[in-house]
Design a protein around this ligand. Structure first.
Ligand SMILES: [Zn+2]
Length: 247
């Protein structure tokens, strides 16, 4: 989970339309939130991902649902309230169900920074707060199949990429060749691109990269060699701001 922002209000939920949809919901219980313009607007705020687990909702196998943070049956006036809606995958939405966030609050990534509530250790999210603990249970964020195994695979892939980048670094120190330098910078850049807000499972990838000794050595060496450039520095800082490592 990463911090998200809603810095616009979609036209499809202008005041009169929102009122019409809310009245319709109250009268008929119809799924008035289930339309493309609203889904697209929500996906825009989450880089196309589930706001909770960060799976990519634009992949064909994934199905996006409009999640009501305060459940729509208890809070019908919020059924199409922009601030109450999140893009969610089917599994997170189903796990949360009609959980009452007023009596037992969970993290809303549009309102709170998940870094204040979670740590990632050994591929499991650990709570830092009672709200974090409640969120892990309600959203099933340490489910073995869809969460822990996925994080493990990301970790393995990152460790391999880091080892490979370090080997290229060693080669570059021997041969000083431009093509080796470009391969090295490309490898580090590609790795950091997996850790940006728009990347799937960015919090996991960022935490793993920034907690890895090889990455630290690599960036240190690149700095000493004068190869650490502005683009890498930006990507590094952006990803570091997502890491759930307690810093
Ligand atoms: Zn999800």
């Amino acid at each position: 989970m990463i911090k998200l922002n809603k810095d616009f209000h979609p036209l499809c939920l202008n005041p009169s339309e929102a009122k019409r949809l809310t009245d319709e919901f109250k009268a008929t219980k119809a799924s008035v939130w289930n339309f493309d313009a609203l889904k697209s607007a929500l996906l825009e705020t989450s880089h196309g991902k589930c706001a909770y687990c960060e799976c990519d909702l634009t992949k064909e196998s994934k199905y996006m649902e409009v999640e009501h943070f305060r459940d729509k049956d208890t809070h019908p006036d919020d059924v199409v309230k922009w601030a109450n809606l999140l893009p969610s995958c089917k599994r997170c939405n189903a796990s949360k169900g009609t959980h009452d966030v007023l009596s037992a609050p969970i993290v809303n990534p549009y309102e709170a920074d998940p870094r204040e509530h979670f740590l990632l250790k050994l591929y499991r999210l650990r709570p830092k707060t009672s709200i974090g603990k409640e969120s892990l249970g309600v959203l099933d964020l340490n489910n073995s199949d869809r969460a822990v195994h996925v994080r493990f695979d990301i970790g393995e892939s990152i460790h391999k990429s880091l080892e490979s980048a370090f080997e290229i670094l060693t080669t570059y120190k021997d041969n000083g060749a431009t093509r080796t330098k470009n391969r090295l910078l490309g490898a580090v850049r590609d790795l950091l691109l997996e850790c940006q807000p728009s990347s799937e499972y960015a919090a996991t990838a960022s935490t793993i990269v920034h907690g890895d000794e090889t990455y630290e050595k690599l960036t240190d060496e690149l700095g000493k060699l004068g190869l650490w450039n502005a683009e890498l520095a930006d990507l590094h800082e952006q990803s570091k701001s997502l890491a759930l490592n307690g810093n």
